[in-house]
Design a protein around this ligand. Structure first.
Ligand code: CP
Length: 316
C-alpha cells in the first residue's frame, strides 16, 4: 500500500480498497476525540491552510474543526475575492501556492475550476487536499460517505446503491470510483440533461463498474440499501459564486425522496445526502430511521481528522 505521509488527496480514481480501510482504521482510532468533544495535541506543531475559492459550509469548517480537534493551527481564506487571486491581479494558482506552502504544512483547497487542486499540487511542497473542484471530484466527502456506510451497515460489500440527482456532480464522480473497489451494484437516476456523460461511462467501463440507469426512483427503491442523493436544482459549479436570482426550479417526483417513497424501501435502507439540499429530500424524512445525513456530518469531521493525521505523518 502507498504511504499517506506527504501525499496529496486529489482524486479517488486509483484509490485502492486497502487504502480505504487504512483511512477508516485511523478514523475509528480518532473518532472518540470528536465524540467526546475534546482537542488533543497530535498535530500541535502543524498548520492547515484553507484556500476556498468557492462557497462551503461543511467541507471547510469540518476540515478546520478536524485540525483544531488534533491541536493544530488554521489559517486561510474563504472568499477568494478578498485575495489577489480574486481581484485585479487574478493571481495564478502557481504563484498563490508558492506563498501558501510557507504558511502551513498542508493545503485544503476548493476551487471552481476542475483540476485546480491538482495544479496546486504540482507547485506545492506540502500535501494538497481537494475539497471539491468544479464538477470534478470531492474525495473527502465521499471518503466520509463510504465510512458512514461501513459504520452503519458493517460492510461495503454486497450492497445496492441507488444514486439520485445530477450525475455531473463531483460527489457522483468520486463515489463511482469508490464503488468500483467494493462489491457494490449501483443504479443511477438523473434527468436526461444531467445523466452520466459518454466519457464518464467509458471510465466506468474501464474500472469494471457494473451499473445500470433507470428513469424513475420508483423502479429501484425497493432493492436499495443505500440511497445517495444530490440536488437536480443547483448552482453552476464552474462559477466562483452562483447567487440565486429569482425563482428556482422544482424537483420532479422521479428524483425526489419523500416519506411516501420510503414506505416502499427496505426497512434498513439508509439515505445519504452530502447537503445542502433543495426540494429533492423533504424535511419530513429527517426524523425517520432512514436518514443518515446528520451522522455523515459528524463523520465528516472524523474523516478529515484521519486524512490530516495521515498526510502529516502523525499516525504512520
Ligand atoms: N457537502 C459539501 O461539500 O458541502 P459544502 O459545500 O457546504 O462544503
Amino acid at each position: 500500500m502507498r504511504s499517506f505521509m506527504g501525499r496529496d488527496i486529489l482524486s479517488l480514481k486509483g484509490f485502492e480498497r486497502e487504502e480505504y480501510y487504512r483511512v477508516f482504521e485511523i478514523a475509528d482510532r480518532l473518532a472518540p476525540i470528536a465524540r467526546d468533544r475534546r482537542n488533543t495535541d497530535l498535530l500541535k506543531h502543524k498548520t492547515l491552510v484553507t484556500a476556498f475559492y468557492q462557497p462551503s459550509t461543511r467541507t471547510r469548517l469540518a476540515t478546520e474543526a478536524a485540525m483544531h480537534r488534533l491541536g493544530g493551527h488554521v489559517v486561510g481564506f474563504s472568499d477568494a475575492k478578498m485575495t489577489r487571486a480574486g481581484d485585479f491581479y487574478q493571481e495564478s494558482i502557481k504563484d498563490t501556492v508558492h506563498m501558501l506552502e510557507f504558511y502551513g504544512d498542508v493545503i485544503a483547497m476548493r476551487h471552481f475550476q476542475q483540476g485546480a487542486p491538482a495544479e496546486a499540487a504540482k507547485w506545492a511542497s506540502v500535501p494538497v487536499i481537494n475539497c471539491g473542484d468544479g464538477w470534478g471530484e470531492h474525495p473527502t466527502q465521499v471518503l466520509t460517505d463510504m465510512y458512514t456506510v461501513l459504520k452503519e451497515k458493517g460492510t461495503l460489500d454486497g450492497l445496492n446503491f441507488l444514486l439520485v440527482g445530477d450525475m455531473r456532480m463531483r460527489t457522483m464522480h468520486s463515489i463511482s470510483y469508490a464503488m468500483s473497489q467494493f462489491d457494490i451494484r449501483p443504479t443511477y437516476i438523473s434527468p436526461p440533461d444531467m445523466s452520466l456523460t459518454d466519457d464518464f461511462k467509458l471510465e466506468l467501463d474501464a474500472i469494471n463498474l457494473n451499473y445500470r440507469e433507470v428513469e424513475h426512483i420508483d423502479e429501484a427503491i425497493a432493492e436499495a440499501d443505500v440511497i445517495y442523493m444530490e440536488p437536480v436544482v443547483q448552482p453552476d459549479y464552474t462559477k466562483s459564486l452562483d447567487e440565486r436570482s429569482g425563482e428556482v426550479g422544482v424537483t420532479a417526483a422521479n428524483y425526489q425522496v419523500t416519506n411516501k417513497l420510503m414506505r416502499k424501501a427496505k426497512s434498513d435502507a439508509m439515505i445519504l445526502h452530502s447537503l445542502p439540499r433543495m426540494d429533492e429530500l423533504l424535511e419530513e424524512v429527517d426524523n425517520t430511521r432512514h436518514a443518515r445525513y446528520w451522522t455523515e456530518a459528524f463523520n465528516g469531521v472524523v474523516m478529515r481528522m484521519a486524512l490530516l493525521a495521515l498526510v502529516l505523518g502523525a499516525v504512520e
